[in-house]
Structures are given as C-alpha cells and as structure tokens.
Design a protein around this ligand. Structure first.
Ligand SMILES: O=C(O)CCC(=O)C(=O)O
Ligand SMILES: [Fe+2]
Length: 193
C-alpha cells in the first residue's frame, strides 16, 4: 500500500491515499451515513452553549466515556461495518483500537476547530487512525509553539491518516470551513481508551 510520510518535525504522520478502493469507499459511505446514530451536540465555550458545527457519534468495545469540549460521550457498541473497518486498520497499524469517534461534515459550513487530541484518557503518545469517506476536505496542521510552521493535506475519499508519536503534544489540527459547494464527508477516528 502506498504510504506517504509527511516528515513534519516533532511528529509522526503517515498518509495512505488509497486505504480503500473507490468502489469499496462508496459502499462504506452509504452504509455509515444510514447506520451511524448521528447526533447534533451542544458544547460549552467559556460558559456559553453552541451547536457543534458537525454531527458526531461515539462507539467502543468498552464502557469508557470520552470527554472533550465539556462534552461527555457515552459509547454505543460497534456496528458490524465499524468492526470490520476497525480490523482492517488494525492490520495496517499493528495494534488494537477500542473506540471510534465519528464525524459527519454535512457541507462546507461544517468544520472542526483547532485542537490536539491530547485528552488524558488517550494516554501519553496517542495513536489515532483517521479514515475519510465522501467529499474531500483540507486538513490543516500547525505547530503549537510556532504557528508559522504549518501544513495542509487534502484528505481524500478512502484515505487513512495515522497520527502517532508526539504529534498531539506538539501539533494542532483542524478542518476549516470552505466556501466551496461540497457534499457530505464522513470521518472515523479510531482511538485507544
Ligand atoms: O475530520 C477529520 O479529519 C478530523 C477529525 C478530528 O480531528 C477529531 O475528531 O479529533
Ligand atoms: Fe482531532
């Protein structure tokens, strides 16, 4: 499988543009759009409630909750499709994930603001596997101590991005809004909790 090492400092970022074929990705996209229990959540920022600019769902094979942005997500049991995707990714990454946070970006107005996946429950150097399906979106990275040090990666349909090592310690990432008229995008981030 084609592997692209982004080779950014203080990080390990590996990109697999064709983790799933176009045909397989189309099938998975349709299944996940229908079967995932997508919901709209409110998050609190400095005491004020806002709708999160995307839909989310949380799945796991344990009962550990995931907390971020004042949200506490209780897991649902993995669906068979998610379980299959999880095991495909585990073969490549050579480790086992417990949990999956799913994101649905309905259009270009949906987004995910600057953050690092550095919550305590993920451990010291978390390994996160991020699968993209549907519309392509830009993934932006910036170094925490120098925002001039940044990178842009187009996350393609059927692609997988592995974030490892000290990436979450030194870097933030985001999916910015876009003015372009674009369709839905699903992102699955597999994690160990
Ligand atoms: O949608 C993406 O590619 C990124 C999602 C993300 O960063 C997250 O859920 O923590
Ligand atoms: Fe993230």
């Amino acid at each position: 499988m084609k592997e692209i090492d982004l080779k950014l400092p203080d990080s390990t970022l590996l990109y697999y543009p064709n983790f799933y074929s176009e045909e397989k990705s189309n099938i998975l996209f349709q299944e996940l759009i229908q079967k995932i229990k997508w919901k709209e959540d409110q998050i609190k920022i400095f005491g004020k409630l806002y709708w999160q600019p995307r839909l989310t769902a949380f799945y796991a094979n344990n009962i550990k909750t995931y907390s971020y942005s004042s949200l506490k997500m209780k897991p649902l049991p993995f669906t068979s499709t998610l379980q299959k995707i999880k095991s495909d990714i585990e073969k490549l990454a050579d480790l086992e994930f417990t949990s999956c946070l799913a994101n649905l970006y309905r259009d270009g107005k949906d987004s995910n603001g600057w953050h690092a996946d550095d919550e305590k429950e993920l451990g010291k150097n978390p390994i996160i596997a991020s699968l993209s399906l549907g519309a392509e979106r830009n993934f932006k990275l910036r170094h925490k101590s120098n925002h001039q040090l940044n990178h842009k990666l187009l996350l393609e349909h059927g692609s997988l991005l592995l974030m490892k090592g000290e990436t979450q310690h030194f870097w933030q990432h985001q999916i910015p809004k876009t003015q372009k008229k674009i369709d839905k995008r699903i992102n699955l981030t597999f994690r160990i909790l």
